[in-house]
Ligand binder design. Structure first.
Ligand code: TRP
Length: 347
């Protein structure tokens, strides 16, 4: 079976001159939701322009400081996931955030351009504060992470940031910071980054409860072995009203079909399965068998590359070191420019 990447925004506005930056918090293994939502898109973008992919360990610490081991353990796992899906270190620099001190220094400077009131208005941060039940115990670093994200983006002079809708407020705040700095300088010191909004629908959790997420444990991880994938597909929710094979089944809201829509390289075959399912007479197991075929075909090469890199941790560290170095080179230039705007001199 030939593999197609899931449908993605065509984004004709991407040019070879663009610099892309995206990132993930290393708090757990990456899963198929990440793949459909952003990783597949990064594979496409790395062919079109320069790309930086950030392992945002400092950002992860802003709400995991009670369990720093969780973040530390997942840095290498996320790096392996990146390499496993086929990110090419020659085209996509893999960057460890905490090893780029310029980003931290930029954050410190940008904090002067942002008010607490503005930070408290950020809708994504507001949601996250509510979900985590923070009150006066809200870590200050957590409230400020959109500023550190502005530092990530501007450090490498990124012009394009591909993210999901939940990250749009971060981009808005970044653009505000860039404008405030340029106004202060009376010149265009930093480029205004554009957002490349993902149009892929969120992949549902295996249980049909909300989206696939590492915290809910309802996802198929990229590193899952073949048996685990099979078991997870067997347990996947279908149409709860489809009690007998001969009953008509419902496709909308059916998790198995949502995954087929996201990953099956043959939409015509999916359409035919849907038709037969709706008509009645097609067992859930038949649809799940198709899904298993599709997902194993996608995951086999990912698993193989992951295993090869996992045998060579020295090489993975060297890739991280080189990617981080590449980011630092640009970040040093950005930092000098921003320090200049604030009139800071080196004694
Ligand atoms: N906040 C992003 C997330 O939770 C991760 C991230 C950190 C990021 N720095 C970034 C995304 C810069 C885009 C650009 O997924």
């Amino acid at each position: 079976m030939s593999l197609a990447l899931p449908a993605h925004p065509r984004a004709p506005e991407v040019t070879g001159a663009d610099i892309v930056l995206t990132g993930d918090r290393p708090t757990g293994p990456l899963h198929l939701g990440h793949y459909a939502g952003s990783l597949a898109n990064r594979l496409r973008l790395q062919r079109l322009c320069r790309q930086f992919v950030l392992i945002a360990d400092l950002q992860a610490l802003t709400d995991n400081a009670d369990d720093p081991g969780r973040v530390a353990r997942n840095v290498m796992e996320v790096a392996l996931d990146y390499l496993a899906i086929g990110l090419d270190p020659a085209r996509s620099a893999i960057v460890l955030q905490s090893a780029v001190p310029e980003m931290a220094e930029l954050t410190m400077l940008y904090l002067n351009l942002v008010t607490v009131a503005r930070l408290e208005r950020n809708p994504t941060v507001r949601d996250e504060i509510r979900q985590r039940g923070f009150a006066r115990d809200l870590p200050a670093g957590f409230l400020c992470y959109p500023v550190s994200q502005a530092a990530d983006i501007t450090a490498v002079a990124a012009t394009l940031v591909p993210v999901g809708a939940d990250q749009a407020p971060m981009l808005e705040q970044t653009v505000e910071i860039v404008r405030a700095l340029n106004r202060l300088a009376g010149a265009t010191v930093l480029p205004e980054p554009r957002i490349l909004l993902s149009t892929t629908p969120r992949l549902p959790g295996l249980d049909g409860q909300g989206k696939a997420s590492k915290s809910a444990g309802n996802a198929i991880d990229l590193r899952d072995d073949a048996d685990t994938v099979r078991t997870k597909i067997r347990r996947m929710c279908t149409d709860p009203g489809h009690l007998r094979v001969e009953d008509p089944g419902q496709v909308e809201g059916n998790v198995v079909f949502a995954y087929l829509d996201a990953f099956d390289p043959e939409p015509a075959a999916v359409a035919e399965l849907k038709r037969r399912y709706r008509a009645g007479g097609l067992p859930d197991m038949a649809v799940k068998r198709r899904l298993e075929e599709v997902l194993q075909a996608l995951l086999v090469p990912i698993r193989q590359r992951r295993a090869a890199f996992a045998r060579d941790p020295g090489e993975v560290r060297a890739i991280l070191r080189r990617g981080t170095e590449a980011a630092r080179e640009q970040a040093a230039r950005t930092l000098e420019a921003v320090r200049g705007v604030f009139g800071l001199v080196r004694p």
